[in-house]
Design a protein around this ligand. Structure first.
Ligand SMILES: NC(=O)c1ccc[n+]([C@@H]2O[C@H](COP(=O)([O-])OP(=O)(O)OC[C@H]3O[C@@H](n4cnc5c(N)ncnc54)[C@H](OP(=O)(O)O)[C@@H]3O)[C@@H](O)[C@H]2O)c1
Length: 306
């Protein structure tokens, strides 16, 4: 596919992840040339007739020397890499802060013009969770880099391949009761993946959106329990619910974190689940021209198989 957008090559990190996969597919369909940084050589899927717009470069954001070649000839970096759980080798500090710093340094050396960073809603100084604290520190590096930048802070993102609704589906379908964390009243503002992807594309073509930090949420502010109820309703499941008090969950999460490599919930996630995760619902319509999909409508698009 020939397109003028080919000249503005993008290096995208996190292409093999949930959000990255959707963004790459969309950008290719729109005619953008995208080079994806991948840790292992893989054949990334490309829509029909877009294969020549897609390149891969093997590299790891924690290994600065692996980034130089990947950034050669790149105009814009779209940096999506992030983790929600730590491992001994991949800590929040190492991935969010040091990894973003490595990428910024390599991008500056390579003459990159613009840097898009995917942070998370709730990133702020002195945040209680390490996830939010290190996202904030990474944001500060981006803002101080001297490059043109855009930072997105989405609330929880949902759509085919996500981790969040999959977790809700698990809770709803697995046992005889549906467990609810704490009082279940903490509000969130789920964003449909298709809307987030469109907002990224809009940013890439709209200079007026740059050098700003955007909080991105969907049209509905829903409590954790309301989201569980919506998932259950869409799946046609009726079961009793059981609220598990936070003081009971905390020691259990702590213990599981040490005992299993993949615990159902970590202490950091427990902290985040107690903090409201909401923002101005008018940003997507007013600033990005997007009429966002509601939570229930989004679920109906991919959860119901009828
Ligand atoms: N999902 C949400 O609801 C949500 C909400 C707000 C913000 N965010 C942010 O959005 C971003 C993308 O989220 P996601 O849900 O798509 O995450 P994801 O599915 O877990 O994908 C993470 C991606 O990062 C890559 N990666 C991890 N460590 C890396 C490293 N050292 N070097 C290079 N690549 C590395 C992974 O590659 P491998 O395949 O090699 O592991 C994968 O492609 C993250 O920064 C996240 O914090 C997500």
């Amino acid at each position: 596919m020939e397109n003028h957008l080919n000249q503005n090559k993008i290096l995208l990190t996190g292409a093999s992840g949930f959000i990255g996969g959707h963004i790459v597919e969309h950008l290719l369909r729109q005619g953008f040339a995208v080079r994806c940084l991948v840790r292992r050589q893989v054949q990334l899927p490309a829509p029909p007739n877009t294969q020549d717009l897609l390149e891969t470069a093997v590299g790891d954001i924690t290994e600065p020397s692996s980034l130089t070649e990947a950034l050669s000839g790149v105009h814009t970096v779209v940096h999506l890499v992030g983790i929600i759980r730590e491992t001994p080798r991949a800590t929040f500090q190492r991935i969010h802060v040091e990894g973003t710093g490595n990428l910024l340094a390599a991008a500056t050396r390579a003459g990159v013009k613009r840097f898009f960073y995917m942070s998370g809603l709730g990133a702020r100084p002195k945040a209680r969770s390490r996830y939010h604290q290190t996202k904030w520190e990474a944001e500060e590096l981006v803002r101080a880099s001297g490059l043109q930048y855009v930072i997105f802070r989405p609330s929880v993102v949902f759509g085919p391949g996500d981790g969040f609704v999959s977790m809700l589906v698990d809770l709803v379908t697995r046992g005889p009761i549906i467990p609810i964390v704490g009082n279940g009243r903490t509000p969130m503002q789920p964003v449909w993946i298709g809307d987030l992807v469109q907002a990224v594309e809009k940013t890439l073509t709209s200079p007026e959106l740059w050098n700003q930090t955007w909080e991105i949420g969907g049209p509905n502010q829903l409590s954790f329990e309301e989201m569980i109820d919506t998932v259950a309703e869409v799946l046609g499941i009726r079961k009793p619910k059981l609220h598990i008090p936070i003081p009971v969950m905390r020691p259990a999460a702590l213990m599981l974190q040490f005992l299993t490599p993949n615990p159902p919930i970590t202490l950091d996630q427990l902290i985040m689940l107690q903090e409201p995760n909401i923002c101005d619902p008018q940003t997507l319509p007013e600033k990005f021209g997007i009429d966002p999909v509601g939570f229930r409508d989004g679920l109906l698009r991919y959860l119901r198989q009828d």
